[in-house]
Design a protein around this ligand. Sequence first.
Ligand SMILES: [Mg+2]
Length: 315
Amino acid sequence: MSAPQTPLDSTLLDRARGCAVGAAIGDALGMPLEARPPRPPHNLLHEMVDGRLPAGSFTDDTEMALALAESLLAHRPLDPADLARRFVAWADTGPDDIGVHTYRVLARLKRGESWDTAVEAVQRANPESAPNGSLMRCWPVALAYWSEPEALLRDSVLQSRVTHVHADCLAACVFANTLIAALLRGSSPAEGVSEALATVSLPDGLRAVVEGAAQLRREQLRNSGWVHHTLESALWGLLTTDSFEEALVQVVNLGGDADSAGAVVGALAGAAYGLEAIPTCWRAALRGAWPPRSGTFWTANDFATLADRLLGVEI
Ligand SMILES: [Mg+2]
């Protein structure tokens, strides 16, 4: 029997639950604003409303995170072949949305290619392609390894490599999860970003994005599906506000890839402020079928329980 490396306390548990619930809430809050222009600053959306899905529904961002979380609960360290199988099984359910880059990789996997050759072939065909599909789902790794930096680095990279092998995608996932781990341990957002900048190796362009995010004005943010833009928006939201609610409202109202940036800032702000800081009306509205079309619906409580399981807490 090995003792846990670092004791869990109730504050850390609340932050970890906030990360999981917050990611799904950011996704659901951004869902109706996806592919829209930025909302005018005097008319920001604060409520869960209907979009292409009913109000409060989470999307592919959260579904892929759930596939990753279940893979991690079954295999630690992460088994990339198992994760690839779970992603293909998810795609086979006919999800409402799936990123173009991710679709190309999963189509090759479905034809029988191995996980490492499929992603390399897709990247070779589009060498500059660096979308946010692995960043938006990476938070379960931070919960599983919040006190184990080497394992966090290894599986943050590996979960990305199954679909997104560009150096910027790998580095963005490591950065986000290192930041989440710092927030879980009690660092403030600014302290957490400084700590992650000091320890994570980032390509120059991505380092400039991280260092400059807090100084940007709202109208300078593009919030496309490029991993640079998603990390930039999420850090801007985390660093220029002082509550979970305001961080999410500011980011999802940028429009564009609102649900993915919402998921990332939701994971970060949830880890910073904890579950109890998440508005109860948002928690009550959250819902989504998992597995897709199974008839089983996940609510905020299920995400909180998932966080406990990833942390290894007996429930
Ligand atoms: Mg989505």
